[in-house]
Design a protein around this ligand. Structure first.
Ligand code: ADP
Ligand code: MG
Length: 698
């Protein structure tokens, strides 16, 4: 009964017709009163920052610069009277307001001697005229904001329907004034007390219309805590359900593992590698499904760990699948598994989208009858007709393209028990993210690289030193080494990038006339790409001009130099991945970052970071700071982490507190039956009803 008000359709709000409701749905995903109320401002404007016509030129280049004054001389002009202009005037001067459409309401509404507040982004015309195009307008006296004015993200379409910042604020005000007792507290009293939080109702009021900075902080803190608390609770609960329910097979026989370990392993494992293998082995013997994330920087030696773990499963007559995100990477994994497994006479096969039909049929048959213990592949492995006799272990490399939802699909591959899952990533995940996003996974980390690795020397060169760079490349080539030259390829301007790549290739060919140069890029079909990769791998080409298709996993120890062109256009994580392609053998590796002079601040920060450190975890933390978690590793698109208010880069201490609290509650009252936890019981069930079958996954 209490929830009825907030779950009302947005059309039931006074002033919202069907068309506005439709737009709110399409543009902002707002369906109900609750959705609207949880559409928080993304920033606030202080009254004191009012600008005047004379100071507007010094205003920051944001969209909503507020001015206060009179609006006169409203008139339609131009051919067909398609444009509306008006003169805005304050004590310091005047400027022009312009509308191109939907202005009948302005003609009706605006009166000459009334003080208005307008918000807009100024254009400064050469004539000296200042214009505000499609400004937002409110009465100055009726300014809905006591102190801080909310600013909401909005869109052109919404603005045309008077749902700009002011319009949205008006709606919020309407809902807030009708709230009454319909906001049900979602946190138990002891948590509110412990962390000195304000009530949900108060927080909702002040998040939209804070009367001062202090109360705004309190509102934000409360809502962030709640948001993070429920994410943690959900993840911990999933983990618990899995531990309780997902049975898997226990693999005990270690003789094959020992055989390989004692007779064929050509190096000593690092202590981190040993620890990870123990972690995995413990899971494999537990009888419960393993869901483990293995993170370790490029070159830290995850592959051998995966192989050793596979042996335990194979030894016990179950099968192992290893899935990589690209063909190139799948092939690399295949080769290494093949070489390792051959020593034990274990067959391994490769299955990708380009596997020939006949071979594919053969592989599928072998998997089904159990003749093939290890299969490496791409997403092709997930195809419905790929069935196993007994899939016991599924290894996923580079997980960030593979979310929680997809993991669920794997369960269908074994009807009897849930296969153990190991996810490997070379993109170290900052602790805060790992905690929020992978809270349902156990995490193992390889922190240190095998001994004797030389750190890659990274340098930044501006364009004018290109000849010097070429001279260095020549020296390396003469001494028998190979070189990667990487060009950016970014969807938005793919054609332009492609031209850059081709031009770059021609330049390289003419700069190094007696060197064989190869090229790979995403527009090539996979066969020719493979041919080129193979040639480079066999050292038939000494320079490889490429786009980021080279990014993951490629392992060619003789390639010691990587030149990254327009390096500022790459993300940090990507640069770090790229750099991991060199320095994979005994020889010193070099990474050369080329840029133009006109670097953005963030671009420069990324380059500096790369030059300064080679620690993947440090880089990941900085990446998170520079980009924000939304961008990081495409997490936003995965939809699993849709934060309304918390910011994982900044709210670490709130996250920590929320996680501790969630842990404690799961431990003491995991079904929320304690009367004190009634608010959690209600909120959690509502949450689960909304997110569907998420909880079954993992
Ligand atoms: P990752 O997959 O983590 O990037 P790899 O498994 O490809 O790293 O390992 C990189 C290289 O280091 C491989 O040639 C591998 O054989 C080697 N390697 C792995 N572990 C060790 C170790 N403990 N000592 C020496 N070399 C190792
Ligand atoms: Mg690897």
């Amino acid at each position: 009964m209490v929830d009825d008000f907030l779950s009302k359709e947005i059309t039931l709000l006074e002033g919202i017709g069907l068309d506005k409701a439709q737009l709110l749905k399409e543009e902002l995903g707002i369906h109900t009163f609750k959705d609207l109320l949880e559409y928080y401002p993304f920033r606030y404007e202080d009254k004191k920052t009012l600008f005047t016509v004379s100071t507007i030129a010094s205003a920051p280049a944001s969209t909503g610069i507020p001015l206060q004054g009179y609006i006169r001389n409203v008139q339609k002009i131009g051919r067909g009277k398609k444009r509306l202009t008006a003169c805005f005037q304050d004590s310091t001067g005047q400027l022009e307001l312009v509308w191109f459409q939907n202005f009948s309401w302005i003609i009706k509404k605006i009166k000459p001697n009334i003080l208005y507040r307008v918000w807009g982004k100024p254009s400064f015309l050469p004539s000296g005229l200042i214009q505000l195009i499609h400004p937002e307008i409110s009465l100055a006296t009726d300014n809905p904001f006591d102190c801080l004015s909310p600013v909401y993200h909005t869109t052109e379409k919404l603005k045309k329907k008077q749902l700009g910042t002011i319009g949205i604020a008006d709606l919020q005000k309407k809902i807030l004034s009708q709230l009454g007792d319909s906001v049900v507290e979602t946190l138990p009293f002891n948590l509110i007390n412990q962390y000195q939080l304000i009530s949900l109702k108060l927080a909702l009021k002040h998040i939209h219309f804070p009367s001062n900075q202090q109360i705004l902080w309190q509102a934000q803190r409360r809502l962030k805590f709640e948001e993070l608390f429920y994410i943690q609770l959900k993840l911990l609960k999933i983990k618990q359900v899995r531990v309780e329910k997902q049975n898997s097979r226990s693999f005990g026989d270690l003789s094959l593992f020992h055989n390989f370990y004692n007779n064929y392993l050509s190096f000593n494992l690092t202590s981190d590698q040993k620890k990870v293998i123990r972690d995995i082995y413990r899971d494999l013997c537990s009888g419960k499904q393993m869901n483990r994330l293995l993170q370790g920087d490029v070159g830290s030696g995850k592959t051998i760990v995966a192989f050793l773990a596979s042996l335990v499963v194979v030894n016990n007559q179950a099968q192992v699948a290893i899935m990589a995100p690209t063909e190139v990477l799948a092939k690399q994994h295949y080769k290494r598994f093949y070489v390792y497994a051959k020593q034990l006479d274990l067959p391994v096969a490769l299955l990708t989208g380009s596997t020939k039909k006949k071979e594919r049929e053969h592989i599928i048959y072998q998997l089904k009858v159990g003749l093939l213990p290890i299969i490496v592949g791409t997403h092709a492995l997930l195809s419905n007709d790929v069935l196993f006799k007994e899939l016991g272990f599924f290894i996923i490399d580079e997980q960030h393209r593979f979310g929680v939802a997809q993991r669920a699909g794997l369960l269908a591959k074994n009807q009897v028990y849930a296969p153990h899952i190991l996810i490997m990533t070379a993109t170290p995940i900052p602790r805060t993210l790992a905690m929020s996003f992978y809270g349902d996974l156990a995490i193992s980390t390889i922190y240190t690289l095998p001994e004797g690795r030389r750190p890659i020397k990274t340098q930044h060169y501006y364009e004018h030193l290109r000849l010097k760079v070429f001279k260095f490349l020549k020296e390396q080539l003469v001494s028998g080494r190979q070189v990667y030259i990487v060009y950016p390829l970014i969807e938005a301007s793919a054609t332009l990038d492609y031209h850059n790549l081709l031009t770059g290739y021609e330049n390289i060919v003419s700069a190094f006339p007696d060197i064989s140069v190869g090229m790979v890029h995403g527009k090539m079909d996979s066969t020719s790409r493979e041919v080129e990769m193979d040639r480079f791998e066999r050292n038939e080409t000494a320079i490889l001009v490429t786009t980021t298709v080279i990014e993951v996993g490629v392992h060619i120890p003789n390639a010691t130099v990587m030149v990254v062109e327009n390096a500022d256009r790459f993300g940090l994580a990507q640069l770090h991945q790229l750099r991991g392609r060199v320095g994979r053998g005994d020889m010193q590796g070099y990474c050369i970052l080329m840029t133009n002079y006109n670097l953005t601040k963030i671009g420069k920060a990324r380059i500096d970071t790369m030059v300064k450190t080679s620690n993947g975890f440090e880089i990941a933390e900085l990446d998170l700071k520079l980009r924000g978690p939304g961008d990081l590793m495409g997490l936003q698109q995965s939809g699993d982490l849709n934060l309304k208010i918390a910011d994982l880069t900044k709210d670490t201490s709130i996250l920590e507190a929320a996680r501790q609290s969630a842990k404690k509650i799961i431990k003491e009252d995991s079904n929320f039956h304690n009367p004190d936890n009634l608010p959690i019981y209600r909120a959690y069930n509502r949450l689960m009803a909304l997110s569907g079958s998420w909880s079954m996954i993992g």
